[in-house]
Design a protein around this ligand. Structure first.
Ligand code: OAD
Length: 236
């Protein structure tokens, strides 16, 4: 099947935990990251949810508390600023709502969102849960235990096909603050087209994918630099 045309005016921003680190939310795999403090198999896997749902709820309730206390930072605001000149789709692995609070208008959460809950059944429809924690015994209208609308290890990434199409058609791709170690999400980068501008801002990544240029540095410092460059070149 022929590939769809690339739209030079379209930007995909692909973000991970590093974009929110300077807002005070722990990443997962850095030295002080969440997965160096707790075993994800015990608190964030499908199996953990089946065996010890209370552990899963308390882990994500704590993450949500950190998110509620946090504010968007200069990197989230710079991503929003791209909308002055480009059609922007933010595709995020993050479960926080800092892109929303910075004003970005088109956001896909590949791993779900802490601000949403759903009943523990395949048909359940996610809903905005507000800021209250979810406790064991909290149920939806059909009597199912509530859970955060988060993709646990062993569950499928959300919005996979939509995200792929956005990567295929983007004229510019900006990847921020992800180790690229969770494959279904990281594999999307391969869909970026040869002729697209492709930049990664991060301290480090597992492996720089072909055609991407790695800018090592803090998201709050380097994302505004890349954004201002792209906006200036859109004027030229
Ligand atoms: P990781 O913790 O794996 O990676 C964070 C990346 O951000 C690392 O490469 C850091 O070098 C970089 N970083 C940290 N602080 C930064 C800063 N201030 N500026 C720039 N870069 C910085 O987080 P993710 O790649 O997002 O999934 O992890 C992917 C998924 O793994 C998460 O969505 C989560 C986790 O298991 C689920 O919970 C389903």
């Amino acid at each position: 099947m022929p590939k769809p045309p690339v739209d030079p005016n379209k930007v995909v921003v692909f973000s991970g935990a590093g974009i929110s680190a300077e807002s005070g939310i722990d990443t997962y795999r850095d030295q002080d990251g969440a997965w160096n403090k707790v075993n994800p198999e015990l608190v964030a896997s499908k199996r953990a949810w089946e065996k010890h749902p209370g552990n899963v709820l308390s882990f994500f309730n704590e993450r949500q508390k950190a998110v509620i206390a946090a504010q968007p930072n200069a990197a989230h605001y710079a991503v929003q600023k791209l909308e002055e000149k480009f059609e922007v789709v933010v595709i995020t692995q993050n479960v926080d709502d800092l892109h929303e609070r910075a004003g970005s208008s088109d956001i896909l959460h590949l791993h779900g969102s802490l601000s949403q809950a759903r009943g523990d059944s395949p048909e359940a429809v996610p809903f905005e849960r507000g800021i209250a924690p979810i406790e064991l015994g909290d149920r939806d209208d059909d009597g199912y235990q509530l859970r955060p609308h988060i993709v646990l290890f062993g569950e499928d990434m959300l919005h996979a096909e939509e995200a792929r199409q956005h990567f295929l058609t983007a004229g510019k791709i900006l990847v921020v603050g992800t180790s690229l170690s969770v494959y279904s999400a990281a594999g999307l980068l391969k869909k970026g087209r040869f002729e697209a501008d492709k930049v990664i801002v991060s301290f480090d990544v597992q492996k720089v994918p072909f055609g991407y240029h790695l800018v090592r540095g803090k998201a709050t410092e380097m994302v505004p630099v890349v954004v201002d460059d792209w906006l200036a070149r859109a004027d030229a």
